[in-house]
Design a protein around this ligand. Structure first.
Ligand SMILES: NC(=O)c1ccc[n+]([C@@H]2O[C@H](COP(=O)([O-])OP(=O)(O)OC[C@H]3O[C@@H](n4cnc5c(N)ncnc54)[C@H](O)[C@@H]3O)[C@@H](O)[C@H]2O)c1
Ligand SMILES: [Zn+2]
Length: 362
């Protein structure tokens, strides 16, 4: 079966690239790269864990040399890892015609992508995302970068890949908690843009958790189409792209006040969406029935880490420091109807405090 093709970026511009999506696609990776005009000099960057799980699904010809393996985990998303990538790539004799093939989750894609964006003033990049979060989110949109000791994602660039190859079959080995973390982002897409996708999540959760490609392929395609549409219309995050931050303002605050140790990113977003939903209900923007639907779906996906020991004041303080604050105003994405959101510029701390208390913070 032909892969699904999704276009990202303005057609004809140098920021344009396609996503190719099909179950089993990674098994034909060299051919897929050839078909998309990717040059023959290719270098794989991955992590030891990902490479162990994923390389059996890849044909040997994917890489002529051993892959460059960078350390795994959010704590390794640093300039030190980027420097390791530079060292390895330079030693292997890369030039501006060599394509970096980044095979891994969001951490690896962001790190290897930043190395590709900056080495030799930019090398061609292909993403092969191997987590659900990377397949629906981080590999789409052209953002790459690493963390600084003082904050997440502070160092970065826009570097459009030449191609993104998405194989939901690679998710078979993903730990269940990581899979769920990505699913909260899928809930986000459903909540901001697709009542249909919301229905799929409600009715097919068993098949989704069983990682049935018949459900995963259209589900991931729906998410990628939503993100591709939004980032194409708003490449530099001036306006519409902000809707992708639904659930992220409170979510980031929860991650920050627990020092990124308690929640996986998606889990914090799960809470964050509920906080936004409480605010919207209190403003009579969103009806209680719709809120209950969202809360039920999130609850059905499994238990979230506890928040009862966290303080409302600390969460508010973290939100004030969020980099989405522009000119002192917090842009807050609020649900209005299933599959629709609006951006509010005037959400006050009292409203946020009330919503956080409803979630059980003290
Ligand atoms: N660039 C963007 O636009 C963007 C958007 C959203 C998130 N992000 C970034 O993405 C990162 C999170 O990415 P993530 O959730 O993919 O986490 P991750 O990259 O840390 O991967 C999670 C874990 O899964 C393992 N893993 C990956 N693929 C596997 C597979 N197929 N089988 C078994 N194990 C596998 C990894 O080794 C890792 O331990 C964050 O750093 C975040 O900032 C970037
Ligand atoms: Zn996110």
């Amino acid at each position: 079966m032909d892969p699904i093709r999704i276009d990202v970026g303005p057609p004809g511009s140098d920021r344009y690239y396609p996503l190719a999506l099909a179950s089993g696609l990674a098994g034909a990776l060299p051919q897929v790269l050839d078909d998309h005009g990717i040059g023959p000099r290719r270098l794989v960057i991955s992590t030891p864990t990902v490479w162990r799980f994923v390389s059996p699904a890849l044909p040997r010809e994917v890489t002529a040399t051993d892959p460059v393996l960078l350390p795994d985990g959010e704590r390794s998303k640093t300039l030190a890892s980027v420097a390791r990538a530079y060292d390895a790539l330079i030693r292997l004799g890369v030039d501006r015609g060599t394509t970096v093939v980044a095979i891994g989750g969001g951490v690896l894609g962001d790190t290897a992508g930043f190395a590709a964006a900056t080495l030799l003033r930019g090398m061609p990049l292909v993403h092969v995302p191997t987590t659900l979060l990377a397949q629906v989110d981080s590999s789409v949109g052209g953002k790459v970068g690493v963390n600084h000791a003082l904050g997440k994602n502070l160092i970065g660039a826009f570097h459009a890949p030449r191609l993104v190859v998405i194989d939901p079959g690679l998710l078979a080995t993903l730990p269940r908690r990581e899979f769920r973390s990505g699913l909260y982002e899928v809930v986000k897409y459903a909540a901001i843009a697709s009542a249909d996708l919301f229905g799929t999540l409600e009715h097919r959760l068993g098949d989704i958790f069983a990682r049935d490609p018949a459900v995963l392929v259209p589900m991931i395609a729906a998410c990628c189409r939503i993100k591709a549409g939004v980032v194409t219309r708003d490449e530099r995050e001036q306006g519409e792209r902000r809707i992708l931050n639904f659930g992220h303002t409170a979510g980031h605050a929860l991650e920050a006040i627990t020092r990124y140790r308690r929640f996986l990113h998606g889990e914090a977003v799960g809470y964050g969406m509920l906080v936004a939903s409480h605010v919207a209900v209190a403003r009579r923007l969103f009806d209680e029935g719709a809120h209950d639907g969202l809360a039920r779906l999130i609850a059905k996906m499994g238990p979230l880490p506890p928040v009862g020991d966290l303080s409302v004041a600390d969460a508010l303080e973290a939100m004030r420091r969020d980099k989405k604050v522009v000119h002192g105003r917090l842009h807050f994405v609020l649900p209005t109807r299933p599959g629709e959101v609006a951006i509010a510029n005037d959400v006050g701390e009292d409203e946020l405090a009330a919503a956080l208390r409803k979630m059980g913070l003290r």
